[in-house]
Write a protein that binds this ligand. Structure first.
Ligand code: HPA
Length: 277
């Protein structure tokens, strides 16, 4: 199979048919990607039915603690949603196309709003672990691109990236934060390949480049969403101060634990956001 057919729009259509047959998907108001430690939101989805990734053509097992590996259909705040609990990270050895392939499947299932979440290290010094950061823009520092190769029928060849994070949805997130009284930060997410956390020198470089938070996901998804003209929004949960910002060594257990503490705030904010779509 060529690069594009394995994880492209035709494969996504076929996967969507399989999922429709299993879950009877109705047009969702949003598709939600749940990041490390943020999978608890899945428990808030009512009347939910799910398919394990193993049963979706082109999907892979997820082996990272805090990532469950299922596609869920149900309602949040009374609105129809799809959710992905678990994603394919490039640091697991997946190509950028594969990392973003689930977004193509969500699009094929009728989603036109994509909401992504992730765990990230805080670069801006005013950020504290547990903060929720609205993603205003991103830096693709993965040195890979999910659109590399033949252009897909759903995509623009040269997508505009002047507003990959929808100003309309950012405004809705801010309104939702205000309404629920949940404090939010906002900033620029830098996506790196991982899997090692950054060195202090790299974090200083990222700060110079304009990054406020750093993580190992999300960017391929946002690029593919942009190429398909989906509206995209996202929240980074700041799980730790990035390397060198604090002296503490970093570890994944801490990332998952901070996620667990933020789970309720995150779920409340996302539900309010979904109710406004
Ligand atoms: N760096 C990269 N990815 C991360 C971090 C970090 O400090 N924290 C959570 N994900």
């Amino acid at each position: 199979m060529s690069l594009s057919s394995e994880s492209g729009s035709a494969a996504a259509q076929a996967a969507a048919e399989t999922i429709r047959a299993r879950l009877g998907v109705r047009a969702p108001v949003a598709a939600i990607v749940l990041g490390s430690g943020l999978g608890d939101l899945a428990a808030q989805i009512k009347d939910s039915v799910s398919v394990p990734y193993a049963e979706i053509p082109g999907f892979h097992a997820t082996n990272v603690a805090g990532h469950r590996g299922e596609l869920i259909r149900g309602t949040l705040a009374g609105r129809e949603v799809l959710a992905l609990a678990g994603r394919f990270h490039m640091y697991e050895g997946h190509g950028a196309r594969t990392a973003a392939y689930p977004v193509r499947v969500l699009h094929a299932l009728g989603a036109r709003v994509l909401f992504v979440s992730n765990a990230a290290g805080g670069i801006r010094r005013s950020f504290a672990p547990g903060d929720l950061m609205i993603i205003e823009d991103h830096l693709n520092l993965m040195f890979r691109n999910p659109l590399f190769g033949a252009v897909e029928s759903t995509d623009d060849r040269f997508p505009d990236m002047s507003a990959p994070w929808s100003p309309r949805l950012i405004a809705l997130l801010r309104e939702s934060a205000k309404k629920t009284g949940i404090p939010v930060q906002s900033g620029v997410y830098a996506g790196l390949l991982g899997p090692n956390y950054e060195t202090p020198a790299e974090v200083r470089m990222l700060a110079t480049l304009g990054a406020d938070a750093v993580g190992m996901s999300t960017v391929p998804e946002a690029i593919v969403a942009g190429a398909m003209k989906m509206e995209c929004a996202g929240i980074s949960l700041i799980t730790n101060a990035a390397a060198g910002i604090s002296d503490a060594p970093l570890n994944h257990a801490e990332v998952v634990e901070v996620g667990a503490h933020a789970a309720t705030r995150f779920a409340t904010l996302v539900s309010e956001f979904v109710s406004r779509l």
